[in-house]
Design a protein around this ligand. Structure first.
Ligand SMILES: *Cc1c(COP(=O)(O)O)cnc(C)c1O
Length: 362
């Protein structure tokens, strides 16, 4: 079967080069070869997350660390900021972990704003909060720095930030923001296969985790730290992912972080321009559009053009590209196009040519 190139917002297209690194011959995870590999990529990971803290490698999808953050850091009550399918789900996950949890729900398509978070934290009920920087389901990017700025006012609250579909595409300065946890899966903006997540913790988060008795083992942040100090992971990691990460980091730093960020800004603007050219409006509130995917409004909100999304997706697929026909309750009334990973102006133009052709056939 011919390969259909992924322009869905995760998993995204993985290059031949990355796949080759991913399938490197196995090594033992307690041997010197592994420790050398781990130690080699650690400074690059720290540069990528703009941190001096250890960056941990978890063999799980992002949800593992998202659930882990709840289990490690919530003693009193967690505030789950909700503005889309993934962030809404985090409230459910907190409850399933047996924690006291409350949602701060804003309408889908809108970002989380500091003012609303401040009001909730001011009650003094919470010792942790979760927020998603880039809500992949709605294509909304929350201004994370303004929320992180609240940390100064609430030093005892653990700020847990999901950057699953934005890490490496947008500048996210962990240490400077002063937040407590930042996490991302590998199959989104990093363009690796699914199955691994990266995260980092503030010293305060590690200290807090150490006081929590039922934080489990697999996602125990203290175990991650102890093992990281020896250039290892607590349990057997997906070693293929670490080889792939080594290869990807080499590419990232050859391109340069600033150039990588600029490339994503450019290709996301091109995608928004494509939508406007065809008479569509966007789903996110103006000014809060994601830079890694575009969520096109197709009737979910008033205004703009609508098309038969299922047919559009099929016609585009027939030309070798997969876009996404909307997620959760906005399936069909939106559709999403990803510019994450290795995409360039040239490769995005190939997609737009296919999409133009499909639009003409609708
Ligand atoms: C994809 C995604 C997740 C969930 O990731 P999994 O890899 O399925 O665990 C969480 N948050 C955001 C923002 C995502 O895009």
């Amino acid at each position: 079967m011919a390969h259909v190139k992924l322009h869905i917002p995760g998993p995204i297209e993985v290059s031949e080069k990355t796949l080759k690194a991913f399938s490197s011959p196995m090594i033992g995870h307690r041997g010197q070869g592994f420790k050398d590999l781990y130690a080699k990529i650690q400074p690059q990971l720290q540069q990528l997350l703009y941190t001096k803290q250890q960056v941990y490698i978890s063999t799980s999808s992002a949800w593992g660390v998202m659930e882990g953050a709840i289990r490690n850091l919530v003693a009193k009550k967690v505030l789950n900021c909700m503005n889309g399918a993934f962030s809404d789900k985090w409230l459910d996950v907190s409850k399933r972990c047996g924690k006291n949890a409350e949602g701060l729900q804003v309408p889908w398509g809108s970002p989380i704003r500091a003012e609303a978070v401040d009001k909730k934290l001011a009650t003094g009920q919470f010792d942790a909060l979760t927020v998603i920087h880039n809500e992949t389901s709605t294509g909304v990017m929350t201004p994370i720095a303004e929320i992180a700025a609240l940390k100064k006012k609430y030093p005892d609250v653990m700020f847990i930030v999901d950057t699953v579909s934005s890490l490496s595409a947008v500048k996210l300065e962990f240490d400077a923001m002063g937040i407590d946890v930042m996490l991302a899966g590998t199959q989104k903006a990093l363009a690796l296969p699914p199955g691994t997540a990266l995260f980092t913790c503030s010293p305060a988060a590690l200290a807090k985790a150490a006081t929590i008795n039922d934080r489990g083992y697999y996602f125990d942040f203290v175990e991650f730290q102890k093992n990281a100090e020896k250039s290892m992971t607590p349990s057997t990691p997906s070693i293929g992912h670490i080889f792939a990460l080594e290869s990807k980091l080499e590419e990232i730093f050859t391109e340069g972080l600033e150039a990588r960020f600029a490339r994503h800004r450019k290709t996301s603007q091109m995608t928004r321009d494509w939508a406007a050219k065809h008479g569509f409006t966007l789903y996110p509130d103006k000014g809060f559009e994601s830079l890694t995917l575009v969520c096109v409004n197709n009737g979910a909100k008033p205004g703009g053009r609508t098309v038969d999304v299922e047919k559009l997706v099929k016609l585009v697929k027939g030309q070798g590209f997969l876009i996404n026909g909307g997620y959760g309750k906005i399936k069909g009334t939106t559709f999403r196009i990803s510019n994450m990973g290795d995409e360039t102006e040239a490769t995005m133009n190939q997609l737009f040519a296919a999409m133009d052709k499909a639009m003409a056939q609708l």
